[in-house]
Write a protein that binds this ligand. Structure first.
Ligand SMILES: [Zn+2]
Length: 384
């Protein structure tokens, strides 16, 4: 073939032409494959680099979320920061970072509509207060943590009615809250009654507390004391007897014993024996009868009643103190040994309360755990 083009004279052989076309096609094809590989797979620049970083961020963010869920906060925080170094736009990593205290990330979550609820929860974890808790229950109404915070912050601010209404939502979302719900409700109602200036609404609140949780001794004890103050002695006796059958406590026994200041020691012994009969096997029942018998001048009855308790670990020190005094009054030599020395040195420890969250012990019932600041989950020693 012969071709003339702008004064150039070109000679083509058809075979040469075909070979050139094939070579061109081959070079073009290889170059295209290489270019695609460089762009999408090599990870050296452009989309490949971005994809590689996003993939790394996703891996770290998932691991961070897993660590957060299993309670490893420090590990979660570190993994989230690694993920954000690779891809600052990864919202899962932003959320974990915000939830583990990186407050600067909260604004990023706020900007993204889909992560507004996570932003509210992160704010709640880092700076909980009543308005933040309210916002969290609105932004994330299915989060148990949000409702728990609303219950606790409302109670802390003294708004017990609001705390009790939020409690029902928290109970519906959380198994532990459901299990402890009646204790928390009774605790809130008792704290509300403590804050009341008038006796009548306080008594109503305490009755509601006992309805929610009949074993909640602090409510019964307060109710008995209020009835006693109002000269409603039979009301006080009823309150004491109703709770004695389910949960006897030393405080309740003291209030019950003091109901009639003018009665003789023998009458008091008879009344306490009647109260003890509501729960005859309970060590507290045996203790109040033995203590009253000692006061009424019957050390033999005191010793007989208290003896089964001397081998009962939680109560044996208090029992030992009574038994030792009974021995003395009966003119018997008090037994010696570690048990009696312990009793003399330790005095008479009463019922103990412990926090269901952090196990911290407390001698008196309180609404708030002094250690972890959780609300309404102090349980008596024998309830777990
Ligand atoms: Zn605690």
């Amino acid at each position: 073939m012969h071709l003339e083009w702008f004064g150039w004279e070109i000679n083509f052989h058809p075979v040469w032409l075909l070979a050139a076309a094939a070579a061109l096609w081959f070079v073009f094809h290889v170059a295209r494959r290489l270019w695609n590989w460089l762009r999408w797979k090599s990870g050296l620049f452009g989309p490949a680099r971005q994809l590689r970083r996003q993939k790394a961020a996703l891996g770290n963010a998932s691991a961070a979320l897993g660590a957060l869920v299993s309670g490893q906060e420090e590990r979660a925080a570190a993994l989230a920061q690694d993920a954000l170094k690779s891809d600052p736009t990864n919202s899962m990593a932003q959320a974990v970072a915000a939830l583990t205290g990186d407050t600067a990330r909260i604004a990023e979550l706020d900007r993204n509509n889909a992560t507004k609820s996570l932003a509210a929860l992160a704010r709640l974890r880092t700076a909980p207060d009543l308005s933040v808790a309210r916002e969290a229950t609105r932004a994330a109404p299915t989060s148990a943590a949000a409702w728990q915070a609303l219950v606790e912050e409302s109670a802390r601010s003294g708004d017990y009615a609001h705390a009790i209404s939020a409690l029902s939502n928290w109970r519906a979302l959380d198994d532990t809250a459901e299990r402890l719900g009646s204790w928390i409700e009774a605790s809130l109602l008792t704290a509300a009654a403590d804050a009341e200036l008038d006796d009548e609404p306080a008594r109503t609140g305490l009755s509601r507390a006992l309805k929610a949780e009949p074993r909640f001794a602090p409510a019964a004890t307060r109710l008995a004391l209020l009835a006693e103050e109002a000269s409603d002695v039979s009301g006080a006796e009823r309150a004491a007897e109703s709770v004695w059958s389910v949960q006897p406590t030393p405080t309740l026994a003291r209030a019950f014993a003091d109901l009639y200041p003018l009665e003789t020691d023998e009458t008091r012994l008879a009344r306490l024996q009647k109260l003890a009969a509501k729960n005859p096997e309970n060590p507290e029942s045996l203790l109040i009868v033995s203590e009253a018998a000692l006061t009424a001048g019957d050390p033999a009855l005191a010793l007989e009643t208290v003896s089964p308790l001397l081998s009962d670990p939680p109560i044996r020190l208090r029992a030992a103190a009574v038994a030792m005094e009974a021995h003395r009054r009966l003119g018997m030599d008090p037994p010696t040994g570690a048990l009696w020395l312990d009793a003399a040195a330790t005095g008479a420890p009463g019922l103990r309360w412990h926090c269901a969250n952090c196990r911290t012990e407390s001698v008196e019932w309180e609404l708030e755990c002094q250690s972890c600041k959780r609300i309404g989950i102090l349980l008596p020693g024998d309830l777990t």
